[in-house]
Design a protein around this ligand. Structure first.
Ligand code: CP
Length: 323
């Protein structure tokens, strides 16, 4: 994705399809705005009318809990109207194309599309065809990109470590099929992380030429050693048919995050996971629920990040509508 494809002629962000090409200043502005929307659990959720008069459609053709719900809450808390298209119950199943569905929703005054799709290129294809006032946000594109997940991961690290420069971060598990790993690496590298390790069994390593600037480690203990941040990933069984990769208990024995392995990281290392997680496969459930886990904070940050992204992308539209 060329960075120009998600920008307006004046250089401002119109779509959010990938974190590739975003500058450090742009990421920091998004994260600063997101932090403005963070509230402790138990406090009232943040609310504004920044997107009043704007209509947001969520269209997810792959399953989602966190991303779909948090995009809906984010848009509603900014005062937008929200429609969640149940794709499996829509006329897509009668053969209507993605673009005809998009044009139909545009005709119903949808201004912002939030798209999750298993097929590479769909968000960019939609972005290339929508009307000039419309924005597209990727909520997860194949194995390639999950930009708001990358942002919420970066926000979570900054909240706990105050900086990214100088940190050692290990992302461990099914890197090969992970859009989360790709977007998190873009965010962390842009924010100054130099020691960024991708840790995976050989079969789950990405192809050469991907993840430039990251250190590749196939031994989990070595990969985690001395890290400030350990991010574990689920095996994305839905994206491949390789049956030689160990499953369940075997995978946990060879590659799961156990207390003994976590003890190799720094004493104040935090543990992350984008979820959904498989306890007892890639991570010990006691670690996921333990004091070093920031997994639920990642979820909370998802709403704040999505509010910031919606605000920044739709700002010109909202301004034209008197907001
Ligand atoms: N992390 C994430 O994308 O979760 P969901 O698939 O539930 O949205």
């Amino acid at each position: 994705m060329e960075m120009t494809e998600q920008r307006r002629a004046d250089g401002s962000l119109r779509h959010l399809l990938t974190l590739e090409g975003l500058s450090r200043a742009e990421l920091e502005a998004l994260l600063e705005r997101a932090q403005h929307h963070v509230r402790r659990l138990g406090e009232p959720a943040p609310r504004s009318n920044a997107l009043e008069g704007v209509t947001v459609a969520n269209m997810f053709t792959e399953p989602s809990t966190r991303t779909r719900v948090s995009f809906e809450l984010a848009a509603k808390r900014l005062g937008a109207e929200v429609v969640n298209l149940e794709v499996q119950l829509s006329s897509r199943v009668k053969g209507e194309s993605m673009l005809d569905t998009i044009f139909t929703l545009e005709a119903l005054h949808v201004d912002v599309f939030v798209l999750r799709d298993a097929e590479a290129g769909v968000p960019a294809m939609v972005a290339a065809h929508v009307a000039p006032h419309v924005s597209v946000l990727s909520a997860g594109e194949a194995h390639l990109s999950h930009p708001t997940q990358g942002l919420l991961d970066a926000l979570t690290v900054l909240q706990h470590k105050r900086r990214c420069d100088g940190l050692s971060i290990a992302i461990a598990g099914d890197i090969r099929h992970s859009r989360v790993a790709r977007s998190a690496c873009h965010a962390f590298q842009t924010l100054g992380v130099k020691d960024l390790r991708i840790v995976a069994p050989e079969a789950l390593m990405p192809d050469p030429g991907e993840f430039n600037g990251c250190t590749r480690v196939t031994d989990i203990a070595q990969g985690i050693g001395g890290c400030d941040v350990v991010m574990m990933l689920r095996i994305q069984k839905e994206r491949f048919a390789n049956t030689t990769i160990p499953a369940g208990d075997d995978y946990f024995r060879e590659f799961g995050l156990t207390p003994a392995r976590l003890a190799l990281a720094k004493p104040d290392a935090i543990v992350m996971h984008p979820q959904p997680m498989n306890r007892g496969v890639e991570i010990d459930g006691a670690i996921a629920d333990g004091p070093r886990s920031v997994i639920r904070q990642q979820v909370t940050n998802g709403v704040a990040v999505r509010m910031a992204a919606l605000e920044i992308l739709a700002a010109p539209l909202a301004a034209r509508r008197g907001r």
